[in-house]
Write a protein that binds this ligand. Sequence first.
Ligand code: NAD
Ligand code: TDX
Length: 332
Amino acid sequence: MNRLLVTGGAGFIGSNFVHHVIEHTDATVTVLDKLTYAASRESLAVLPDDRVSLVVGDVADAAVVGPLVAEHDAVVHFAAESHNDNSLNDPSPFVQTNLIGTFTILEAVRKAGTRLHHISTDEVYGDLELDAPERFTEATPYNPSSPYSSTKAGSDLLVRAWVRSFGVQATISNCSNNYGPWQHIEKFIPRQITNVIDGGRPKLYGAGLNVRDWIHADDHSSAVLRILQQGRIGETYLVGADGEQNNLDVVRMILRHFGRPEDDFDHVNDRAGHDLRYAIDSTKLRTELGWEPRFSDFEKGLADTIQWYVDHEAWWRPHKDTVEATYAAQGQ
Ligand code: NAD
Ligand code: TDX
């Protein structure tokens, strides 16, 4: 697999994956990205021109996708609308990109016979009770809650059907919440870090007891590359790093890091349909493919991420007022 097509490669996790591929393989990478509000060309800027190129285009545009897919050995499909709160305000781009976009990719790989790895989320499984002993596995039934997670669930089902009905050579991974550099400040962790940098207060939805299973984006990338290289066709692999934390504890860690009082935050309106808890059992990936995460200390990974946002204020500053105005209009 020397020529990779990475959709959504200018986004938070896609760009991390492109860096990972350049560092750990000899492959060349074409990024196909529409450059929505969530994209960042800067995240790709330091990569070598002779190994990474960018095509600006829409994954739902068959005229762009078809010829590009035919020129590559494998497609890694990250492109998506990714933010739950946005999907509650306007589901339409989520249906278009996550469903029609994935359908367009599937038809192109079917025609060209190209290997596909589809990137998905643990949110397709719905949520767990706080005290439930079980975690999500590859056998957990789909039960998505939001327009975002339902379009991701639908995209996974399309991939499964194209594998079974048409023999498409695809794998799927469902990962838990990622954190790390280059994450858009609309998302929970960077929003709170940048609020505190600005002397403001973190904003917790509801009581703040919702649990997310955090994984560093570098670990997500190493898992995706491993599945692309060694995963069994037609299989789904759950990706997680045993990183469960409730939102309140994460906010307290961020405040502590900056030497601020631990109760210096606001409770704001809860998210409609807010999933309570996600938790991943990644035994299959670990035992079958020998993958292990590198970041096992969440507070240390968070501290590095905080420092990155301190050092990269010029990158996020232009977006801060717009993001906060949108949240303020929702009482969040
Ligand atoms: P992101 O919003 O940061 O980036 C998405 C990228 O896709 C952007 O560069 C955007 O320009 C591009 N894009 C959007 N619509 C497009 C279109 N129609 N055509 C081409 N490009 C388009 O998202 P992210 O957080 O990096 O998530 C990437 C993938 O990983 C998504 O599929 C998401 O569902 C999945 N995922 C994310 C997380 C997480 O915690 N962020 C966890 C599990 C899975
Ligand atoms: O200001 C906030 N306050 C708050 O309490 C924001 C933005 C969020 N939250 C809560 C909601 C969630 O319980 O924090 C948690 C994390 O929120 P998000 O960063 O919006 O992530 P989540 O909705 O869990 O989804 C993320 O993980 C799974 C990604 O955005 C998805 O793309 C991925 O599929």
